[in-house]
Design a protein around this ligand. Structure first.
Ligand SMILES: [Zn+2]
Length: 285
């Protein structure tokens, strides 16, 4: 049975979108962690970023090892948070192209659904410029695959759009914060792997070596500029906001405590006072 909809928390959505916006040239991907509720709504509340072993502009693949690692991570999260958590879907980006899943995406999706029918796919279209306004547009779609051909005939896979809701979150949860902080590390590791592969080529021209080193340095600087720097700023702002919020709450608490003390004091004096309406006298003369 397929799902009726997908509800993703705002902080998990923030992680996916930040990841999608981290790379303009190639697609990025990750796994969605959450659970499916009794109304068949898939609730996503955490994200696992995946490291790409082979960067490609137009396709992404998840290895079986990555899937099993992710399941173990989800189990650990379930244990930490004391609620059911598992891998419920995947997401990837479409830089500079439309949001709609490609044939390969629909096929990949149907493969995942064979293992788990509730599995969902999210696609983020980023850096896609609108022709008339020249504005960069961000679009998101949620989909599953369905087989449209009758039984016994070769499968004809189609995409089925799944309604997507973003649930407001008043703070960034620990798992989502960890994913955000982990993001620059994963991007740097990917870059380092690419670079190290070039250093293993025997008898490479010195100029090529210098060039590759420079490309690597440039890539690391780029990650710092577009991910680490803004992330630090955002987290510092959040810290300031949280400190201000704590101060506000402390003040409110003090005021309420004072009010409570005043009221308690008022009640004691009230009980000794005579009720003017009552004909009975309660205090001795
Ligand atoms: Zn795709």
């Amino acid at each position: 049975m397929s799902v009726n909809g997908v509800k993703i928390t705002a902080d998990a959505y923030l992680v996916c979108l930040t990841h999608a916006l981290s790379t303009e040239k190639e697609e990025i991907m990750g796994l969605l962690i959450g659970e499916i509720d009794e109304n068949r709504i898939c609730c996503v509340s955490a994200v696992i970023l995946l490291r790409r072993s082979d960067k490609q502009a137009d396709r992404v693949e998840i290895s079986p090892e990555q899937l099993s690692d992710a399941s173990t991570q989800a189990e650990r999260l379930a244990h930490q948070l004391q609620r059911p958590m598992r891998v419920v879907g995947w997401y990837h980006s479409h830089p500079h192209i439309t949001v709609w899943p490609s044939h390969v995406d629909v096929q990949t999706q149907s493969m995942y659904q064979m293992m788990d029918e509730g599995f969902v796919g999210l696609i983020f279209s980023v850096f896609n410029q609108e022709k008339s306004t020249k504005h960069n547009r961000i679009q998101v779609t949620c989909f599953q695959s369905i087989n449209q051909s009758p039984e016994g005939e070769p499968p004809q896979l189609m995409r089925l759009e799944v309604p997507l809701y973003i649930a407001p979150a008043d703070c960034i949860s620990k798992p989502c914060l960890d994913s955000l902080v982990n993001m620059p590390r994963i991007l740097c590791q990917e870059e380092e792997e690419c670079y190290l592969r070039t250093t293993q080529v025997p008898d490479m021209d010195l100029v090529f070596r210098i060039h590759n080193g420079a490309v690597f340095t440039e890539a690391l600087c780029h990650i710092m500029e577009v991910i680490s720097g803004p992330l630090m700023q955002t987290l510092e702002h959040r810290l300031q906001q949280n400190k201000a919020h704590i101060a506000e709450l402390r003040q409110e608490k003090e005021e309420l405590e004072k009010q409570l003390a005043d009221e308690a004091a008022g009640k004691i004096s009230d009980s000794t006072r005579q009720d003017p309406e009552s004909p009975y006298k309660t205090t001795s003369v």
